[in-house]
Design a protein around this ligand. Structure first.
Ligand code: NIG
Ligand code: FE
Length: 409
């Protein structure tokens, strides 16, 4: 090959073990493999012997990376976060441990509304800086895609401010950011006792403006006694549908509102939390391929005792994802690997299911499964190298991280 000739790959990772996650029934392990990447897209996955010049790897790539038998997985995906907010709610954590309940704190004007007050008062820069700190922790664990919701603004201006900060995080850090508009997260103080009027504001003003500005990839709501009713949620979904935006839902976190079934009726990408999920809603989710996003951090931090119906979801073949739900009130989490461990120990998911939950099924929960979530030819080269002996170690370890490096397309 003459020096002027371009080599098939920009870089080639060799001496590597792969967990491709490309098969729904196992890790998709390929030992002693090679992976070739060109222009950020995976072009070759397989044994070194099948390369064009197996004896002279340098002929294949501009840059050669010897992985020394470490393991490569798809980049991890956190498909449910509220990463952008101001302040914290350690005081409410202390109140809860002294006997107060999450719902009572919310009804008394604390909870989400206390984060709303802080977020409205924070500058864009201040929000960016505090979210950056949290994002940096997640990136050290191999995160390559993150979903970030609004929902601590609850007025048009602050919701826009939050989504702009989320977009900016995606520009300034090596991570793909999917944004979700969560205007229907809680009833702001100025709309007290006027929930329907607030939903009108969400549908008639906030959503069209945010769609026009292209600030959201999806629309979410909190369907709950302390959130919004089935009918109000339906109205938000109807507006999202008219604007061509996919929906997802905080559903069945504290009680059964049939929200997950409603979400499935609207072809939702996902229904999230699901501790109080009914069998009827599971069937609807299965029919529509709605992903069940399970949030062990919120389960743990709220000291919830009702488990999401994992076996029923498994039996119905509903794809299950895992996420941090990183937020100040119910899951001040900055570790995706800890969520894998909790998914196994608290929810009795298997290590394979938990890794699927932050790769292929998390990609499905964001509608990104054609681009990311597995190691396959044609997909984006979002990859993580781990110093482990088997991918089950990713959910086995409590704290610490065996992360070596991330490749981001
Ligand atoms: O995912 N449930 C609603 N929303 C968040 C909590 C928000 C908060 O308490 O600040 C959740 O748990
Ligand atoms: Fe959430």
């Amino acid at each position: 090959m003459s020096p002027a000739e371009t080599k098939p790959f920009d870089y080639l990772i060799h001496n590597v073990n792969l967990a491709t996650m490309a098969d729904d029934t196992d890790y998709g392990i390929i030992n002693s493999a090679c992976i070739g990447v060109k222009s950020g897209i995976i072009q070759y996955v397989g044994p070194q012997a099948q390369l064009e010049h197996p004896e002279d790897l340098e002929k294949n790539a501009e840059s050669l990376i010897n992985a020394h038998n470490q393991w490569l997985t798809p980049g991890l995906i956190d498909c449910h976060t509220h990463l952008v907010y101001a302040g914290n709610r350690a005081n409410e954590f202390e109140m809860r441990l002294n006997g107060a309940h999450y719902e009572d704190i919310a009804k008394a004007g604390g909870g989400i509304l206390s984060s709303v007050r802080a977020t409205r008062n924070a500058s864009e820069q201040n929000l960016f800086d505090s979210a950056s700190k949290r994002l940096k922790s997640l990136l050290k664990e191999g995160l390559t895609t993150i979903e970030i919701k609004s929902g601590y603004g609850l007025d048009t201006e602050t919701e826009i401010k939050m989504l702009k900060v989320a977009k900016r995080l995606g520009k300034e850090f090596p991570v793909r950011v999917a944004t979700t508009f969560l205007g229907a997260h809680a009833l702001p103080e100025e709309y007290k006792n006027r929930a329907d009027d607030y939903i009108d504001l969400v549908c008639n003003e906030m959503l069209p403006t945010i769609a026009e500005l292209e600030l959201a990839d999806a629309v979410d709501a909190f369907c709950e006694n302390i959130g919004f009713s089935y009918q109000q949620t339906k109205k938000v979904f109807e507006t999202a549908k008219q604007l061509g935006l996919p929906v997802k839902l905080h559903a069945e976190q504290l009680s059964d509102q049939s929200g997950a079934g409603l979400a499935a009726d609207y072809n939702a990408l996902s229904a999230d939390h699901l501790e109080y999920l009914s069998q009827a809603s599971i069937q609807k989710m299965a029919q529509k391929g709605t992903v069940a996003v399970l949030l062990p951090g919120a389960f743990y931090f709220l000291r919830e005792t009702k488990l999401p119906p994992i076996q029923a979801l498994r039996d119905a073949k509903v794809p299950m994802a895992i996420a941090t739900d990183s937020n100040p009130g119910t899951s001040p989490a900055e570790s995706i690997l800890l969520m894998l461990s909790m998914a196994c120990t608290l929810f009795r998911m298997t290590p394979l299911e938990s890794l699927q939950g932050v790769t292929i099924n998390a990609a499905r929960a964001l509608g990104l499964e054609k681009e990311v979530g597995t190691i396959e030819v044609g997909k984006k080269a979002d990859l993580v190298l781990w110093d482990i002996d088997h991918p089950n170690e990713l959910s086995y370890q409590i704290g610490g991280s065996n992360w070596t490096r991330t490749f981001k397309s």
